[in-house]
Design a protein around this ligand. Structure first.
Ligand SMILES: *Cc1c(COP(=O)(O)O)cnc(C)c1O
Length: 398
């Protein structure tokens, strides 16, 4: 049933049946750290992986596995393994496959933490990192063509929502014998499935849209059983395991994944169109706008344009300082993907790890505001922004 059902149905039902006990309709939170065996032979068989079962919580846990199964089915993957955070998913995946002397090709606009791995941690392990201009497909193809072990992509990007053609890049990666990895945190499995477009591995910060309620940290990677087994082995030893309580909150949050993402995508488009009409706004970044440079690619590979957008204000940081505190229906916070609308300057949130010069090089103005749209009624959100703009504009006139 789960393979053929559509994403909204899978969000609700997929991956849970095998983990239900005592007739319960909901997956239990199994907090036990270890699993006991009276039969020494059975214990041994489970320990060496010959028989299904659990041994120790750092390796596997039933609640965590139910979460992995649900994401795996939503991404159309053979296997999935999970992590304590999204950054753990990214760093463990890279560490599983990269060895000194390797070369990795990526883009300049990856998530701030990912960018730090590329610029700070990988080079000191003698791994060559090539960061291409995001959206410059010819440059990526050229660099991948020179040979690399991983092509690492993120689309849409954080915070300026740039789009990369996954199908085209996956083809280039395959021809070069590289593993193609895509961070699909902004896309979500509701709007985009990178594996179906030719990627080898898809990563999520589950902290964001999958969980959806900003109350649990987690990460997950999906792909072929062969690749995921290797990543799982690295993680079970290195220990960045997802907590069972977090897995339960993810499972619960994911029941409404499609409803939330659909509403967030609708709200983002309406808010982007409103922002475009505002005097104080210098630029609006949203892949759903016809004016977005890669709107056509977004239309081709996404089913919805997502809940993330950003805009630049006239007057830079000063305007940001005046504007954001005036919003009634927005958390001013670093997270995204939650049911509440969340706003923040890129310089404080996604790219706080970077210097102003690094941000400028990445095309991120200091007055850039990132918005993660919530599920509120959009009329209220637009009215809220309207009064905040009016406040700032009247202040300027005085
Ligand atoms: C937040 C985020 C991450 C990191 O996830 P954490 O759960 O915070 O570790 C990675 N990629 C993207 C696109 C993100 O937004």
């Amino acid at each position: 049933m789960t393979q053929k059902a559509k994403a909204g149905t899978q969000s609700v039902w997929a991956g849970e049946k095998d983990y239900l006990v005592h007739g319960a309709t909901q997956v239990p939170v199994v907090l036990s750290v270890a699993y006991g065996y009276d039969d020494m032979d059975e214990w041994y068989d489970v320990a060496i992986g010959k028989k299904k079962g659990h041994i120790y919580g750092r390796n596997t846990n039933p609640t965590v596995q139910a979460f992995e199964d649900k994401v795996k089915i939503l991404e159309g993957a053979e296997a999935a393994t999970s992590f304590s955070t999204g950054m753990a998913a990214i760093s463990n995946t890279l560490s599983t496959f990269l060895v000194p002397g390797d070369r990795i090709v990526s883009i300049k606009d990856t998530y701030g933490g990912t960018n730090k791995i590329f610029t700070e941690f990988l080079p000191r392990q003698q791994i060559e990192v090539v960061l291409c201009e995001t959206g410059n497909h010819e440059q990526i193809e050229e660099e991948v063509g020179k040979g690399c072990s991983i092509l690492y992509l993120e689309t849409p990007t954080n915070p300026t929502v740039k789009i990369t053609d996954i199908e085209r890049m996956a083809k280039a990666g395959r021809e070069a014998g590289a593993l193609v990895v895509v961070d699909n945190t902004f896309g979500t499995p509701i709007n985009q499935n990178p594996l179906a477009l030719g990627a080898d591995l898809v990563i999520h910060s589950a902290t964001k849209f999958l969980g959806g309620h900003a109350d649990a940290l987690g990460g997950v990677v999906c792909g072929s059983a062969e690749l995921v087994e290797k990543i799982y082995h690295f993680r079970e030893i290195n220990g960045a395991t997802m907590d069972p309580m977090a897995a339960y909150l993810m499972l619960r949050g994911m029941k409404t994944l499609k409803l939330r993402v659909r509403q967030q995508s609708e709200n983002a488009l309406a808010l982007a169109r409103f922002l475009e009409t505002q005097e104080l706004v210098e630029g609006v970044y949203y892949p759903g706008l016809e004016t977005h440079p890669n709107h056509d690619i977004a239309k081709k590979q996404m089913r919805g344009f997502g809940g993330m957008l950003s805009f630049a204000v006239k007057g830079g940081v000063e305007t940001v300082r005046d504007l954001l505190p005036k919003l009634q229906y927005a958390n001013r916070a670093a997270n995204l993907g939650a049911v509440e609308t969340t706003v923040g300057p890129a310089r404080t949130t996604s790219h706080v790890e970077c210097t102003p010069e690094e941000r400028a090089a990445m095309g991120i103005p200091e007055g850039l505001i990132r918005i993660s749209c919530g599920i509120e009624d959009i009329e209220d959100i637009i009215a809220d922004f309207e009064q905040a703009f009016q406040h700032v504009e009247s202040g300027l006139k005085v």
